[in-house]
Design a protein around this ligand. Structure first.
Ligand code: NDP
Length: 383
């Protein structure tokens, strides 16, 4: 089941319902306590659990078979894994929201072997803690893959900022106020070195990264042109302030559409797509234009690599700069980025939309749907 959330209200309500409905005994993966010393996860009582009695079974999705071409649901397999009892310094976490992202497609090929748990991040709640830095009930962003429950020694867990308002869905920590938002922030300000008055082009503009890129460019005083793969996405781009937007799938000519949207060309091009679009867009860059190579989603499912056209001529004639980047290079400035994004969201200057798929069982479908363009804004799975 899939539904969407925008603004500050709908997801907040369901989040509150979700939180109030969560209790230790209601989770069928966790056996009920057998003695009175057992910790109560629903009320947060800190009584220590009897280590012999707790039994937690996590559901996990593994990569059963490396993707060939477009991923299929049969490439995934769901398994159950019994978790060990906590040791000192460890915490037990329960995923509340999981992220499905384009990088999982190329990174699975580069970093994973068949049988591995799928890579990914989640917003998770601490349900048991033997680590003083993480209190029961706190929420973190973790990088623990497609799992309902997991144990961590605390390394790599990022607590949600204490200033996170109750009114905001915590899933935004995986989207507009998380990795994709930070990608837009550092890509625009540090890679494109965008300046007020410039013209910025972004593709996959209605997605998690692209929708933030366009809005930050507006906040920064630029003209923004975006493209996306459906008319309703184009309408959304206009609604959130893009100056020009077009459907790259239906325009008769990409070259013409880019020229019409900005006859003078583009100072900055935030490229999420690669392939044919980028080959055409590079010819529309202004002198000294800057291209941030963020992603190449049009190429991720290719079995045979696409061939040129080649980019040297426009690079030379217009003295362009083109730089690939990975958001984690700015991990040391994460706090700064999160703080800025949170502030703009709260001020209403940065709007968000989430495509929420219900149930952990639907992770592969949500992932495949996102690659097909079914998401508006950030694709999220609610466990
Ligand atoms: P999105 O939320 O934008 O979802 C992916 C979108 O890509 C789809 O909704 C679809 O929208 C579009 N798309 C799919 N196939 C194609 C295609 N063949 N041509 C054009 N568009 C296509 O994902 P993210 O915002 O999370 O990621 C956007 C890009 O940024 C990706 O390339 C990703 O790998 C990259 N990225 C890079 C990071 C870095 O550190 N360098 C960090 C995070 C993301 P539509 O309907 O418009 O086609």
């Amino acid at each position: 089941m899939k539904h969407s959330h925008s603004g500050h209200h709908s997801l907040q309500d369901s989040m509150l319902k979700l939180l109030s409905g969560l209790s230790f005994n209601q989770n069928r993966n966790i056996l009920p306590p057998q003695d009175s010393s057992f910790v109560c996860f629903s009320c947060g009582s800190s009584a220590s659990p009897s280590p012999k009695l707790r039994m937690v079974t996590a559901k996990v999705w593994v990569l059963k078979k490396h993707f060939e071409g477009f991923p299929k649901t049969s490439d995934f397999e769901m398994k159950e894994v019994a978790l060990a009892n906590l040791k000192d310094g460890e915490v037990l976490l329960e995923s509340v929201f999981l992220s499905v992202d384009p990088y999982m497609r190329p990174y699975s090929k580069r970093d994973m072997k068949e049988g591995d748990v799928m890579i990914g991040t989640q917003v998770a709640r601490i349900v048991e803690s033997k680590n003083p830095a993480f209190a029961v009930g706190a929420f973190v962003v973790a990088n623990s893959g497609w799992r309902t429950h997991f144990i961590s020694d605390g390394r790599g867990l990022n607590l949600l900022p204490t200033s996170w308002p109750e009114s905001l869905p915590k899933s935004l920590a995986l989207g507009t106020i998380g990795m994709p938002g930070l990608t837009a922030y550092f890509g625009l300000f540090e890679v494109c070195k965008m300046k007020p008055g410039e013209t910025v082009l972004v593709n996959a503009a209605a997605g998690a990264v692209g929708s933030v890129v366009g809005q930050l460019a507006k906040i920064g005083g630029c003209k923004v042109v975006g493209c996306a793969g459906s008319d309703s996405k184009v309408a959304y781009l206009k609604k959130i302030g893009f100056d020009e937007a077009f459907n790259y799938k239906t325009v008769p000519s990409l070259d013409e559409a880019l020229r019409k949207a900005s006859p003078d060309g583009y100072d900055c091009f935030f490229d999420n797509v690669g392939g044919e679009f980028s080959s055409i867009a590079i010819n529309h860059m202004k002198k000294y234009g800057r291209i941030a190579v963020c992603g190449a989603i049009s190429q991720y499912n290719d079995s045979v690599p696409q061939k040129g056209p080649y980019i040297q001529f426009p690079m030379i004639f217009n003295e362009l700069s083109m730089k690939g980047f990975i958001v984690s290079s700015w991990n040391n400035r994460r706090e700064e980025g999160v703080k800025a994004l949170l502030k703009w969201v709260l001020e209403g200057k940065l709007k968000y939309h989430e495509q929420v798929t219900e149930r952990f069982e639907n992770m592969p479908a949500a992932f495949i749907g996102m690659l097909k363009g079914e998401n508006l804004g950030k694709a999220i799975v609610k466990v």
